[in-house]
Every structure is written in C-alpha cells, then in structure tokens.
Design a protein around this ligand. Structure first.
Ligand code: BGC
Length: 401
C-alpha cells in the first residue's frame, strides 16, 4: 500500500498544503528568528534558541557529495516513548525518499534513545556510502558530531523534526514547535479564564515536560510558558512543579506525577503534559487518586490513546501534527539535494542554531484538537481511525463513539 498516498488522500492534502503552511508560516517563521523573551528559570535559559548568539558566521555546509546521490540514511531517535517514529515517520520517510530518488538504497536505523548508538549508526551509514543523512536526533547537542562527520565526507544532513545544534546543518524540517507549546498553554489558560474544571485563582499547575536533550522539548515548554507565565506572575496560577522527563519516558512521567500528587497532598488543579504518551501515564497517576477528568491534562501527537482519553474526558486536548507533510517535505529536500537544485519555495522559514546560524527550514502548522473538533480533524483526515480511538469504549461515549 502506498502509505503517503492513502494518508494524503484521507488528509485531502498535498503539496498545496505545505505551500499553504508556508504562507501561514510567513509570520510564524519569523518567530524562530526573533529573540525569545528573557528566560525566567535556569531551564528556560537552555530553552531559548539563539537568544544570546548573534553575528556568528558559520561555514556553509559543503553539499557536494549529495549530487547524484543514490544512498540515503534515515536515523530516528527512539521507538517507545511516542508511537510516531516507527508507525508513521519511518514508513513515510522511506516512501517519500524512494519516490524522491528512484532506485536509491535507503538505510534505516533507530537509536533507541541512545545518543552514542545514533552516532555509531550515522558513522556506519556513512561507511556504507550514505550521501545524504536525515536525522531525528536523540540529543540535539551531541548530534553535532554526526553533522561534522558527515561534513568531512561532504554529506549534507537534514535535521528531521528535532533541531541539531550545528552550524553546518543543511536543512531543518519540523513543525513550529514554539507554537505547539503555545497551543497547549493557551488551552490551559482558556480553561482557567472560563472557570472550567472549577479552576479558581491560585490553581496549582504542574509541568511535565519532554526529554531535555530534545530541542523540541525546550521549545514546547517555552511556548507553553509564553501563555502561562503571565497567569503565574499575576498569581492566578501557582506553578508548583516544572520538570523535564528524561527520554520522554512514559513510565517516568507517571512516577513524576505520583511524586507531585504526594507532595501536594493531591491538591493539584492543572497538569501540563508535553505529549500523549506521557499524558496517558499521568492520567493513570491521577486516576489512582480519583482525579482523572477533574484535572485538565494536555498532550501532543494525536495518538489513538490520546484521542481516546479526550473522548472519555480524561485528557482535554492534544496537538495534531500532520506527519505526512513533514515526511513529504523531507522527500522534496532530498530530491533537491540529489539533483543539485535549490529547493526553492518549500523553504518557509529559518531557524537559528545556538551558534547563531540561520538554517533554512520547512515548518508546518500544528493544530489544537479537543472533543469539539476530533471528527472534523483527525478522523476526517484519517490520521486516527474512529474504531481505534473508540475501541473498548461503550457506544455513545463522549458523544463520539
Ligand atoms: C516530537 C514529538 C514526540 C516527542 C517524543 C518530539 O521531538 O516532536 O512529536 O512526541 O519527540 O518522541
């Protein structure tokens, strides 16, 4: 089955949407280049992309090995903390790259959340003749070594979904990740302002962030705080907990939430959670204290479980990221690199590395999903099948199943 084709058919999307995103991202794309507001905590300092670096020049990557390339390596970061990498990114990337370079050898590896493993996998791929690397980095800082190894062989690296902090990066393909966090934070701020979930002044907020070695986790947190910090500063919300979760590990997220509930004697009103996998285990921790459905919980990825948790009311929202668009754009960049042409108009933004270089980027638009628009977004696009989200739920649950 042609997965992209079927998803695109279901999505009713095509290149036009990438271009549409490009237009929508005209403004957002600028965000990535604009210094973010002053960091407020130690963690936020690391979250700020290129707030301090400016004026660094950075050598332009030498892409010459890519011309005529017939051997592409895909390196993804992990298998178990989000369903997306093996279930969606892997097959979609393989398909898009096969279409971009007919007859190409495609090498695939997954780092299982280990940066050293990923480094070894990259070196092995280069040894086996890879002339373009597509890397979803386990560790955005450490993966700079991969870019430098590749550079020595004149092989360009496309940072996939997660930024690599290296000035020789060829391209970056992702979503507007500050925006992802802003959608999560905005939804929580809206719940407070509407008095939903019985939220009142002083409501206690815990933040369970993603894995700190993933640049995205920093951006999601930064975006969420863009919306929540004003409410914390005014005393409307009380931030009682704000931690990264090593490796985005779902089980660790549950342990963190259990610790928060114990420390707060179950007096917790809001749970910011960075993705659906962790939201699912955080909900288990809440359920053990009979607080599920009473405490608003955020998520991301529009997983089957995330959508199910929204339908039952245990989770309030998720962020839908149309991964087929991300893979499609990557295929287009690979095609341009192999042809030695400029990718032109699919580049819709630039992203500054810590070293101060603007990396040409394709950034797609994330979408908030709540109970109100599940049907018109993820079901309609075929991203989540109703039978999967409703599996095991009584007919009529949430007015959706
Ligand atoms: C991705 C998310 C994913 C997370 C954990 C992030 O870099 O953008 O979609 O949930 O990693 O795998």
């Amino acid at each position: 089955m042609n997965l992209t084709k079927s998803l695109y058919k279901k999505f009713g999307l095509g290149l036009a949407v990438v271009m549409g995103s490009a237009m929508m991202l005209g403004a957002c794309g600028d965000n990535t280049a604009t210094p973010v507001p002053a960091a407020t905590t130690a963690a936020a300092t690391t979250a700020a992309v290129a707030t301090t670096a400016s004026g660094a020049t950075g050598a332009k990557a030498d892409l010459s090995a890519a011309k005529g390339c017939k051997n592409v390596a895909i390196l993804l970061p992990e298998t178990d903390s989000s369903f997306r990498w093996e279930a969606l990114d892997r097959p979609l990337l393989q398909q898009e790259i096969a279409a971009a370079i007919p007859g190409a050898t495609i090498q695939y590896s997954n780092a299982s959340n280990n940066a050293d493993t990923q480094q070894n996998q990259a070196e092995a791929a280069l040894t086996k003749g890879a002339c373009i690397l597509v890397v979803g980095a386990k560790d955005g800082d450490k993966a700079s070594a991969i870019v430098q190894k590749a550079k020595a062989a004149k092989v360009p690296v496309i940072a996939y979904d997660r930024l690599i902090q290296d000035n020789d990066l060829a391209y970056y393909v992702s979503f507007d990740n500050v925006k992802v966090g802003e959608l999560q934070g905005q939804w929580l701020a809206d719940q407070y302002k509407a008095g939903n979930y019985g939220l009142k002044k002083g409501a206690k907020l815990a933040m369970i962030n993603g894995g700190q070695t993933d640049n995205n986790a920093l951006l999601f947190r930064q975006g969420a705080l863009n919306k929540l910090k004003p409410l914390v500063d005014s005393g409307d919300l009380t931030l009682v907990y704000d931690q990264y979760t090593p490796d985005w590990d779902n089980a660790k997220a549950q342990t963190l939430m259990e610790g928060v509930l114990t420390a707060q004697k179950n007096d917790l009103q809001i749970a910011y959670v960075a993705n659906d996998g962790m939201a699912n285990t955080v909900i288990a921790a809440l359920r053990a204290q009979k607080l599920n459905g009473k405490v608003p919980v955020t998520g991301q990825d529009a997983s089957d479980d995330g959508i199910k948790n929204i339908i039952t009311g245990d989770q309030g929202m998720t962020v839908y990221k149309a991964i087929p668009l991300e893979a499609k754009a990557t295929g287009q960049l690979v095609a341009a690199l192999a042809a030695g042409t400029d990718p032109g108009s699919i580049i819709n933004g630039k992203t500054k590395t810590k070293g101060g270089v603007d990396v040409p980027s394709v950034l797609a638009v994330p979408v908030t999903v709540t109970k109100d628009n599940i049907v018109s977004t993820v079901f309609k696009d075929g991203f989540v099948k109703k039978e999967n989200a409703c599996k095991g739920l009584p007919a009529g649950t949430g007015g959706i199943c």
